[in-house]
Design a binder for this molecule. Structure first.
Ligand code: CTP
Ligand code: CA
Length: 227
């Protein structure tokens, strides 16, 4: 293993990873966010760098320190994440692990919203955000050679993940079973189905660190030997 690492199976490979949540502002002091920790995305970026890849990590707001040996771009909104991702192209591989907000606040206000005397609560209007994974998958000549997405599902995991694989136009989907029955929620283990063109691989009872490690090696397998 050490000899292989020294050779750097991903040496010369440019890798883009998105990680963490996005925050969508309501006003200058409030936002809509989600509970993504960024642990899985950051672990993947770290695993890719360890195999010698030239990694750019685009991270939403997380509590994690910037991993070593890579470029880290910090963003807040889905739009900023998309802009940063497009600005990084060309890339050899893109792994979209971020929990991107599906909607942005279309009536965000420039000034802090104030309570009005009538006691009426304000209406927050939402508009669809761009899909970073789908956009990268459709990039034509600027498309990364390998585009990987995630799907966290609580039911009909394979069915939903397969539909996402089709819809997004990505090469692989890492489907994570987060149903209460899977026993993964809040625990140390994940339960993964990796969907590729050649079928489905099951990785039952696996940690986030091991998901990252296995994915990085699998990416190396595919990109190795094809400059
Ligand atoms: N994704 C993205 N940009 C978005 C939404 C999702 O890049 N605006 C990516 C995620 O990073 C992930 C994949 O798409 O790799 C699947 O995200 P998910 O939220 O599971 O899928 P959606 O298409 O948003 O469908 P839904 O939330 O309705 O299940
Ligand atoms: Ca979503």
């Amino acid at each position: 293993i050490e000899t292989l690492l020294a050779a750097g199976p991903l040496k010369g490979v440019k890798a883009l990873v998105t990680s963490g949540p996005t925050y969508e502002p309501i006003d200058p002091v409030r936002f809509i966010g989600n509970r993504s920790s960024g642990k899985q995305g950051h672990a993947i970026a770290t695993a890719l760098a360890r195999l010698g890849a030239d990694v750019t990590l685009i991270s939403g707001p997380v509590k994690l320190a910037d991993p070593a040996n890579m470029r880290v771009i910090h963003v807040e909104t889905a739009r900023e994440m998309l802009g940063a991702a497009l600005g990084c192209l060309p890339m050899d591989v893109a792994v979209c692990a971020a929990a991107v907000a599906d909607w942005t606040v279309s009536n965000a206000s420039k000034e802090k919203r104030k309570k009005d005397a009538s006691g009426q609560a304000p209406l927050i209007e939402l508009a669809a955000n761009p899909d970073i994974l789908a956009t990268l998958s459709e990039k034509g000549s600027a498309r990364p050679r390998l585009v990987v997405g995630f799907a966290a599902e609580t039911e009909k995991v394979l069915e939903h993940a397969r539909a996402k694989h089709q819809r997004k136009g990505c090469d692989w989907i890492v489907a994570n079973d987060v149903s209460p029955q899977s026993g993964t929620f809040g625990g140390d283990f994940n339960s993964i189905h990796l969907i590729t063109a050649s079928g489905v691989e099951d990785w039952p009872r696996i940690t986030k660190a091991d998901v990252a490690e296995r994915l990085a090696w699998k990416i190396a397998d595919v990109l190795k030997g094809s400059p």
